[in-house]
Design a protein around this ligand. Structure first.
Ligand SMILES: *Cc1c(COP(=O)(O)O)cnc(C)c1O
Length: 428
């Protein structure tokens, strides 16, 4: 890749491990130099060499309205002019809590934090404090942020780098995490039969988006609901990615399964560092200062971040928003699949609301093992071909993609045409 990106990457690597502040950005699995981004507007981003791309990463999920949406930027500017942080309550925090609780019926109360990692880590501590139990059930290939208990057989960057369990997690801690195969209701029933009385919580991505995209099989989430309820364990839906991304009430509304606690991030901050956890009032009442489970944050509920979140949710909650977003993502997936089939390429794509998965496999996978079996070499070649034709997809076969409301049908069709040309050349 050309000069500016290359020289910035070399400069970054001298002082920042791998040249990046989050591992998947480094292009380790696809190879090559990551473009350094200078600007974003709508569905497009520009790099340091002035090249522009249609962006299907959207900052890994938050940018459901596209880049630099004027209403969001204005809200941030207004808030910033009145001061960046107070470490004291502000009225906008109540408005955001009211908005979240109104949009998602399972939320009686919420606490705002600054990252998805904090939200899931805190929800798990809360579930353990509430039940007085230690064991945690999670699913293989699901990623819930980088706190210790959750870095066991996780997805996202860990999976991309080929080591799904992190070094540096004490064996004593990992011992409290039981890892089950995603979409396996029998494994859930079996585990709860044996350990149910000691399981504090089960945490799941209701649509798995950190091992590419794996949708829940019919009945899987309901089985998890039934087993946790029967054994007095807390069911946590990690909706950091799916929250307001797959539907107006998030994945829990789409699939009609009600968790005890939920975590949100990404979309609810509109591109600023903001996340939340919330749920049943009797459980949330165990959080300090009401209860004995400690949780805090200097910048929690930061007014600038809250302003961005409120402005974003206001637009996302508009009637018809998710229908349009979903239709765009479906158009992309159907178009890509049709083009690949036409040229005899083993490929499949699927969307759930505004998130999608691309697989170099004959069928869309519904478990972790099938995701692993997809052709990663083909993905890497596709990725680079698309990047050079100005289409920025996630640099890993283990990440979901995102469409924003700023992507026009014309943008999507241009992307399909570019992919189609590559599929054709490949089989020529
Ligand atoms: C992104 C993500 C997280 C972590 O959020 P951060 O803000 O990166 O800490 C947790 N859970 C899921 C499902 C995610 O997609």
């Amino acid at each position: 890749m050309s000069s500016q990106n290359q020289s910035l990457f070399e400069r970054a690597q001298r002082l920042i491990p791998g040249g990046v502040n989050s591992p998947v950005r480094a292009f380790c699995s696809v190879g090559g130099t990551p473009p350094f981004i200078t600007k974003g507007k709508g569905a497009r981003i520009w790099d340091a060499d002035g090249k522009s791309y249609l962006d299907y990463v959207g900052s890994w999920g938050p940018l459901i309205l596209g880049h630099a949406r004027p209403e969001v930027v204005a809200a941030v500017q207004r808030a910033a002019a009145d001061g960046l942080s107070f470490g004291a309550p502000v009225e906008m925090e109540i408005e955001l809590a009211e908005t979240l609780c109104r949009l998602v019926p399972s939320l009686d109360m919420v606490r705002l934090v600054s990252s998805g990692t904090e939200a899931t880590m805190s929800a798990i501590r809360l579930a353990r404090g509430f039940t007085g139990r230690d064991l945690l059930v999670k699913f293989e290939g699901c990623y819930h942020g980088h706190s210790d208990s959750l870095l066991v057989k996780a997805g996202s960057g860990l999976l991309t780098l080929g080591n799904p369990s992190s070094a540096g997690v004490p064996a004593d801690l990992a011992r409290h995490t039981l890892v089950l195969p995603y979409n396996d209701a029998n494994a859930v029933a079996d585990t709860f039969r044996r350990h149910g009385e000691t399981i504090a919580a089960a945490i799941v991505e209701p649509v798995a988006g950190n091992m590419n995209l794996v949708a829940p099989k019919p009945g899987f989430l309901a089985a998890l609901r039934e087993e946790t309820e029967r054994h007095g364990s807390v069911l946590i839906f990690d909706e950091v990615m799916t929250g307001f991304r797959v539907g107006p009430q998030s994945a829990q509304g789409l699939f009609g399964v009600t968790p005890d606690l939920s975590t949100f991030g990404k979309v609810i901050g509109g591109g600023m560092p903001l996340a939340a956890f919330g749920g049943r009032r009797d459980i949330m009442a165990h959080i300090a200062p009401l209860g004995p489970v400690y949780q805090a944050g200097t910048l929690s509920g930061n007014p600038v971040a809250v302003a961005a979140g409120l402005a974003t949710l206001r637009l996302v909650a508009a009637p018809g928003f998710h229908e349009t977003l979903s239709a765009r993502a479906a158009r992309l997936c159907e178009g890509l699949t049709r083009a690949a089939r036409q040229h005899g390429v083993s490929f499949c794509a699927r969307n759930v609301g505004g998130m999608f998965g691309l697989y170099f496999a004959p069928e869309c996978p519904d478990d972790f093992a099938s995701v692993l079996a997809s052709d990663r070499e083909a993905f890497n070649r596709f990725f680079h071909a698309m990047l050079s034709s100005g289409h920025y997809f996630a640099p890993s076969a283990f990440e979901a993609g995102f469409v924003s409301i700023a992507h026009t049908e014309g943008d999507i069709d241009a992307t399909i045409a570019a992919a189609s040309a590559w599929f054709a050349a490949r089989t020529a």
